[in-house]
Design a protein around this ligand. Structure first.
Ligand code: NAD
Ligand code: MN
Length: 489
């Protein structure tokens, strides 16, 4: 693929393809300031406090977001509580209609929402356009279909909603995580207070506007913005009858401690350090693509990122060489450019975390391979994709979640060793297995301590397919029939 020149339209320098810029030109309307979405209306926060949300690719402010205080969270909870009984009593097929309408409005506005997601969070437009937004619509459609079939879902039993749900989500898939949380809760007749991540609140707030447009009854969904304090208030509020959290293991643990004395069901989707295991008999080109998308998708801001690569020793050298070549072709830069593979790091804090862990990896003696040739933009937060070889299982880069485009490469000799190494982590979110042998797939998949195992593919998601972790990656499932269970009694 590289180095061909001559009569092609694009200039091809020796280091790889050069593409002409292909910027996405759609610009969503962004308000200068957003209130809290409570009882169907946007309201100024009683706290009178706001904070900036920026575009991490430029460092520029996009808007001001309200910071919800204790009184604001109380007001949101009260609105959810008041809306609860009527929403719960409504026939499932009527609730389903609202979800269908919302799904259709999301599709109609998909372009603007994708651009907004990219501007607020830094992920490449081709991901927000082709992955996030289609999955968001799919989640609402899928759960709309369950709303009037709940007694079939639960073996003829007459299930009831739990009541007010407190839902707290991270910044890596802002709108998709909102959809994952809201759709099953609403389908089952619950009402919600949702708290988006502080760096990426815009798409959830725009989703609230769509909820107004489809006349979703006021108070069924309430959105309170703010940082960790607001999240803590949502999770620990006495009105809450179910808590769902996605984010770091550290915060998940804190929420669990806080809820321990109370009988509030909790689901946690936490961090990961997932392994891709590549056997010598795998389709190598395909495995390279899978490994690349597994770690460099969304700048590695993915809880199930395949951040550890285990390669069978006999092919380690050629595999690493192929990986290096493929990596050199990744285009890092303007997330709004349709050719961009790797966008901006979500925040300066996250960039600092990634840098610190990479430095620690070098200090421990692992070898850093940084072959990116694209010059990084001067403004904003960027980290070039890279990988480590010479990694020992005890090294920081083999153990800790980096949540950035950094891959730790290790090798193995036997399937037993691969299984042992893959499972040697406190996390258990996902794993990938690459081999030509079906028998190996079944044997190894069954022995992975992971909630999701992909075989000869990676990072595939579907609303009908439950997602979630084991061990320190959390508990509970989102998506599918399993995901509904958390939202009913
Ligand atoms: P975080 O856990 O701090 O934040 C996630 C969400 O929880 C945000 O909405 C945040 O405001 C909220 N929050 C923070 N403190 C809280 C508290 N005490 N009680 C209730 N809610 C609280 O994650 P982060 O700061 O965004 O990132 C830190 C690390 O978390 C990352 O480096 C990564 O390892 C991990 N992470 C995991 C996921 C995932 O999808 N599993 C997503 C983002 C981050
Ligand atoms: Mn932002």
């Amino acid at each position: 693929m590289m180095g061909q020149s001559g009569d092609t339209a694009v200039a091809v320098p020796s280091e790889g393809w050069n593409y002409s810029p292909a910027p996405e030109r759609t610009r969503p309307e962004i308000d200068s300031e957003y209130g809290l979405f409570i009882g169907g209306e946007f309201q100024a926060p009683q706290s009178d406090r706001t904070f900036n949300t920026i575009n991490p690719a430029t460092g520029q402010r996009l808007s001001r977001i309200s910071e919800a205080s204790e009184e604001d969270v109380d007001a949101a909870m009260a609105a959810a509580r008041v809306a609860g009984p009527k929403w719960a009593r409504m026939k499932g097929r009527e609730r389903g209609k609202y979800l269908f309408r919302l799904a259709r409005r999301v599709q109609e506005c998909a372009r603007e929402l994708a651009v907004l997601e990219t501007m607020d969070g830094g992920k490449p437009i081709k991901e927000s356009r082709d992955v996030d937004l289609p999955l968001v619509a799919q989640h609402f459609f899928y759960h709309a279909g369950w709303a009037d079939k709940l007694q079939w879902a639960f073996g003829g039993r007459d299930v009831k909603p739990r009541g007010v749900c407190g839902q707290i989500i991270p910044w890596n898939f802002p709108l998709l995580m909102a959809a994952w949380k809201l759709a099953p809760a609403l389908a089952c007749g619950n009402t919600v207070v949702l708290k988006p991540a502080e760096t990426t609140s815009l798409t959830a707030l725009h989703l609230a506007k769509l909820m107004q447009e489809i006349d979703l009854p006021p108070g069924v969904v309430n959105i309170v913005t703010g940082a960790g304090d607001t999240g803590r208030m949502v999770a620990s509020h006495p009105a809450v009858k179910k808590v769902a959290f996605t984010g770091s293991t550290e915060v998940g643990r804190r929420i669990m401690e806080e809820l321990a004395p109370r009988e509030v069901p909790l689901t946690l989707e936490l961090g990961g350090k997932s392994a891709n295991i590549v056997f010598a008999d795998a389709a190598i080109e395909q495995a390279i693509e899978g490994v690349v998308s597994g770690i460099w998708f969304n700048q590695g801001h993915v809880c199930c990122a395949g951040s550890r690569l285990l390669v069978e020793e006999s092919i380690l050298e050629p595999f690493v060489a192929a990986l290096r070549d493929r990596m050199a072709q990744l285009r890092v830069g303007d997330p709004l450019d349709k050719n961009t593979d790797i966008g901006a790091i979500n925040s300066s804090e996250q960039l600092d975390r990634i840098r610190a862990l990479v430095t620690a990896g070098q200090e421990e003696g692992a070898i850093l391979h940084d072959v990116q040739s694209t010059p990084l933009p001067e403004q904003g937060f960027w980290f070039p994709p890279c990988f480590f070889t010479g990694v020992q299982p005890a090294h920081v880069v083999a153990r800790e979640e980096i949540f950035g485009p950094v891959l730790a490469v290790m090798s193995f000799r036997t399937p037993e060793e691969a299984i042992r190494r893959a499972n040697t982590t406190p996390y258990g979110l996902a794993a990938g297995i690459w081999t030509d042998k079906g028998s190996k797939i079944f044997e190894i998949a069954s022995r992975m301590d992971a909630g999701v195992v992909w075989c000869n593919t990676y990072n595939q998601f579907d609303a009908a397919s439950p997602f979630g972790g084991v061990k320190e990656s959390g508990f509970g499932r989102e998506g599918g029939l399993q995901g509904l269970r958390a939202y009913v009694r």
